[in-house]
Every structure is written in C-alpha cells, then in structure tokens.
Design a protein around this ligand. Structure first.
Ligand code: SF4
Ligand code: SF4
Length: 468
C-alpha cells in the first residue's frame, strides 16, 4: 500500500484508524551522518566508562541513592548537600535553554542517548539483518516463513542483549560496580527485588528501541515539546530553502527550482516528516535530510545546502542575529547557576558535621555546674574509616567538654552520632555564651566548624539561689 505523503496536519506515524505506522527510514550517507556516527560511538564509550573512571577515589559519576551519597567528577555530596542540586539543575536547565535558543535541537540529533542508541546501534543491527528500508517493509508485510521467523528471532535476541547491556550501564550510575557484579553473578532467588528491577528496566528499554522508537521524542520527551518555545527565527535549525527549491519539479522543467521532488529527504527522515513543509515539532535535528539532499544536489551538479543548518531568518534571506534578548537572559541565568554551584562546591569538605541541642531542657543544673548537651552527627564522605576529633572554642571562661575523649570513629561513607556535653562551674558562670565546634581530621587539619550557644540561667538569679 502506498503511504500518504507527510502533512503538517497529522503525524505520519499514526494511521487514520489510530494504529501505529512503523517507519523504516532509508539509508543515508554524508558528512553529517559520518560525524554523527563517530560522535555517537565516542558518546557510547563515555556512557560506559564514566562509572569506571575513578576521580578522587570515587567513580566519575556515581549517584549512590541507597546510601544517599553522590559523586560527581571528583566532588562528593552527602544528602545534606543536596540543596546544591538546585543550582546544578537550574544551571543545567538554563544551559539547555541557552544552547537550544542558539543551536536548536542539536542535543536531540547528536547527543541524546535515545538517538545515539537507536540510530547507531539498534537501527544498524536491523539494517544488517533485515536489509535496507524497502526489504524491511517487504519483510514486515510478508507471511511468517522460516526465513522471516529466523530473522526476527536473531534480531530481537540481539535487541534484548543490547537492552540488558544498556540496563546494566544505566544501573552502574546508581549501584556500585562490585554490587552490580554481585547482582549479575548471584542467582535471582538471592535478590528478587534487584532481579525484578533489572528485568523490568530491560523490558522497558527493549520496548522503546524495538518498537516505540521515535514516539518517545514525539509524545513523551518534555524537552521536545519545550523547544518550540525556546527557539525563534534566529535560532539554528535544519530547514529547506524555499526560495531556491520552489517551484519544485523535474530536472528538465525549465522554470523549476532546485528541488526535483525526489522525496529522498522524506524517505531518510526517522520521524517521517517532510522538512520542505517548514520546521515541525517532530524534527529531531538529525541532519539525515541534509546529507540525502546534498547527495542529490551533487549528482545534479547543483550547489549543496538546499536543506541546511541555518536560521529561519537565514532561509528567508534576512540577516541572522546571534545576540538577542533571550540569548542574553538564558546566558546570564546559566552563568548565575554555574557560579552559584561552583561557589557552593568550593565549600564542600571530605566530612560534614551538624550539631543540635538534645531534646528536653535547654540546660541542666547540678549541685556545682551548668550543663548543656548536644548531639553531634559526623559524616565521613571518604572511602576509608576515619577517627575525627572535635575541639571547641569560646570566649567565655573555663568550661569542660566531654564525649570526644577517644575521637569519633566514622566508617567509610558512613556517619556517627555522638553526645557532647559542655559544663561550666557555677561559681565561674557569668551567663550564656556562643561556642564554636571544630571538626578535626585524623591528620590534624581543621575541616569545618559549627556554631552553637551555651545556654543557662540568669547568673544573678543563680547567685541569689545559692545565697539563700
Ligand atoms: S532531497 Fe532535496 S531535491 Fe529531493 S525532494 Fe528533498 S529537498 Fe527536493
Ligand atoms: S526533518 Fe531532517 S533533520 Fe528533521 S528529523 Fe527529519 S531527517 Fe532529521
């Protein structure tokens, strides 16, 4: 059955009865395809190796949700440091806004894992087993012969294998490599929860790459929806030069433009659109249509670039403005996020300490002393156990600190809570005072300090009480 030409009115991937029209984009060769493929393989290597590359004793990226520890390019964050995620995420969000308003959907076409794995792994396998786009379409529509069954089994077995591998790569960002190895090597009955999680994640990834494919970009991805609001006529997009291409017509037609209406740009499109109808939300910026059209133009001895990276202004023959209000605002917000995150990351320490007053009375009076009790929580963010000590400083007269005599031994990536007691002799007591607790590392370095208050009764009332 001949497929209807794409229109802007309805998605190409949905038939009029609501069923899915499975796309088989044609093969394409060209400069952008080559660079995209090389870049994709480089990215796949990066995705795989990041959890294996140690920086400051931790994987380059390790989001240890179970133990609430997060390691990012040598920086270690405890759950208490998560407020910094606000600056990180907003900075990242505004970077994406900035890049989109400048370069359009460059992320989708070149770097998004969905495109990287689908175009450069799964579709490659499909091409290798099922043949080119025409052969794939024929195979889809033919009866279930032994050949078709064999091809389907081989293809989907490889898809399942890739899905399981991607699941494990994904998990290695959240689970330590030794723990993941244990999950893989032990029997499922020894960790049913983990097994079901891996099974379900593999199934979702398989479903996505084997069947759902471009629908993720078209109907699920929020960034895809958002980008229409982020770009304007001066953003870089992939577009068709209407002035040069129209009226489209055969090579020999004297008054025709450069477009010969060969439809190659439509055949190679992974989302099934016709870019000649203008920029559409379905365009993921993969540049397949540029390479396809450039091949045709080269064969016809016509200049390349009938479809090209340009701005809408450029395609309309108007000058392009790089610096616009939105670029300035997004750039400024991105910079603020980056500076705020960098400044807060500079405050990060290898350990953390919090001090709270023990619940109950704010202070205690014995026969001879005024006593304050605090709970000190020390968090060790390193991979080795450490024996920390705490020193206290106050401008006040002499006082005594208890609870830190043997130091505070904290396990690797663990925490320890310890009561600390400060006492002041009543005859030396002259009122409440501020006190500073300093956390000292085993090698004697001061890591950080926390302020607290020593509370007590009014010294006059206390003296009156003793005089009675
Ligand atoms: S590939 Fe180029 S020449 Fe062919 S239909 Fe598309 S725009 Fe026209
Ligand atoms: S229109 Fe061109 S750039 Fe956009 S998704 Fe289709 S082939 Fe890729």
């Amino acid at each position: 059955m001949k497929q209807a030409a794409p229109t802007r009115e309805k998605p190409t991937t949905i038939n009029s009865d609501g069923s899915r029209r499975f796309l088989h984009p044609a093969d394409v060769k060209g400069v952008f395809t080559t660079y995209r493929r090389l870049f994709a393989y480089l990215l796949i290597c990066v995705y795989i190796t990041l959890p294996w590359i140690p920086i400051n004793g931790h994987p380059a990226i390790f989001l240890d949700v179970i133990n609430r520890r997060f390691h990012l390019m040598g920086l270690s964050f405890a759950a208490q440091d998560l407020w910094m995620a606000f600056f990180f995420i907003t900075g990242l969000g505004f970077s994406l806004f900035f890049i989109t308003s400048l370069l359009g959907r460059i992320w989708c076409g070149w770097a998004c894992p969905q495109t990287v794995f689908l175009d450069h792994l799964f579709r490659r396998v499909e091409r290798w087993i099922d043949g080119d786009a025409t052969q794939r379409r024929l195979l889809d529509n033919m009866p279930w012969t032994a050949m078709k069954i064999t091809k389907r089994i081989v293809k989907h077995s490889i898809f399942l294998l890739f899905s399981a591998l991607i699941t494990h790569i994904f998990l290695s960002y959240f689970i330590s490599i030794p723990e993941l190895y244990r999950w893989v090597t032990e029997r499922p009955t020894e960790h049913w929860g983990a097994f079901i999680f891996v099974f379900v994640t593999t199934a979702i990834i398989y479903f996505n790459f084997a069947w759902f494919r471009e629908q993720l970009c078209l109907v699920i991805c929020p960034y895809g929806r958002l980008q229409s609001a982020l770009i304007d006529d001066d953003s870089m997009i992939i577009g068709y030069d209407v002035k040069r291409g129209e009226p489209r017509g055969p090579v020999k037609q004297a008054d025709a433009g450069d477009c010969i209406n060969c439809n190659r740009c439509v055949q190679v499109c992974p989302t099934g659109i016709d870019i000649r109808q203008g920029l559409q939300i379905e365009c993921i910026g993969c540049a397949n249509c540029i390479d396809a059209c450039n091949t045709i133009m080269t064969k016809l001895n016509r200049p390349k670039g009938l479809i090209r990276y340009d701005s809408q202004s450029g395609l309309d023959g108007k000058p392009r403005h790089i610096i616009r209000p939105r670029i300035f605002i997004y750039g400024l917000l991105m910079l603020i996020g980056a500076i705020a995150f960098s400044l807060s990351a500079m405050q990060l320490r290898s350990a953390n300490m919090s001090i709270v007053r023990m619940s109950g009375a704010p202070y205690f009076l014995t026969e001879s002393v005024v006593r304050n009790q605090y709970m000190v929580r020390v968090i060790n963010k390193t991979n080795v156990a450490k024996n920390y000590s705490i020193r206290s400083e106050a401008k006040q007269q002499s006082y005594r600190m208890e609870g830190n005599e043997d130091g505070i031994l904290v396990p690797p990536l663990g925490e320890e809570v310890r009561p600390i007691i400060l006492s002041v002799q009543q005859d030396a007591y002259s009122g409440g005072f501020p006190v500073e607790f300093i956390l000292i590392s085993p090698d004697g370095k001061e890591i950080l300090s926390r302020k607290a208050d020593f509370l007590g009764p009014d010294p006059k009332l206390l003296r009156q009480y003793h005089e009675k």
